[in-house]
Design a protein around this ligand. Sequence first.
Ligand SMILES: Nc1nc2c(ncn2[C@@H]2O[C@H](COP(=O)(O)OP(=O)(O)OP(=O)(O)O)[C@@H](O)[C@H]2O)c(=O)[nH]1
Length: 201
Amino acid sequence: MASKVAPKRRKIVVLGSRSVGKSSLIVQYIENHFNENYYPTIEHNVPKTIKLNGIEYDCEIIDTAGQDEFSIFNSKHAIGIHGYILVYSVASRNSFNMIQPLYDRIIDYRGTEDVPCVIVGSKTDLGASQLYSRQIEASEGEKLAHQNHAAWIETSAKSNTNIGKVFELCLAEIEKGAQRNLIAPEPPAPVQTQQTRCIIM
Ligand SMILES: Nc1nc2c(ncn2[C@@H]2O[C@H](COP(=O)(O)OP(=O)(O)OP(=O)(O)O)[C@@H](O)[C@H]2O)c(=O)[nH]1
């Protein structure tokens, strides 16, 4: 009997300063809506099946409480994580300045620079508003990503711009890593055999 291949499981963690829009990114992706109110996040995992190149992946997206210079990286986010989404707001220089130390901490903990990662410039709608001005140009975000061999994209959860692409990019980075053997191949799913006989010992 041919063994059935289990869907690949992938764990993605979303990191970045407080209030940059990590939860909004996830909520827009999963539930297709945007909330103007700010509720500080208590870390939780969100399941989502993501399809890439015709293959379905069982993903777990970890929404974290925002990091600051004191709580920059929790070592639990170094183990068992397949991909990283690092978010800054294009309207906040401070949040952008957190990305490099955060990335450095990840590679320190993992002991390799080969880390599947997407850097995301969020809240692009604010950059176009009259109340806030853009503090981080696209070229600056792109350069940072390039220096760290990461993918990069700008988004707006409010106007639902590029949200799905963030997760597809992350999965694509993970699969590129898998081809470089960053991820051990999945074992085949156990085959359910019907027990037809009973042995009394
Ligand atoms: N204009 C605009 N506001 C946004 C966008 N994304 C999030 N926000 C707002 O920014 C605030 C913070 O958003 P959250 O998604 O809670 O941010 P977070 O990064 O999860 O915050 P922490 O829980 O502190 O880590 C909320 O008031 C959101 O409505 C966006 O794309 N555009």
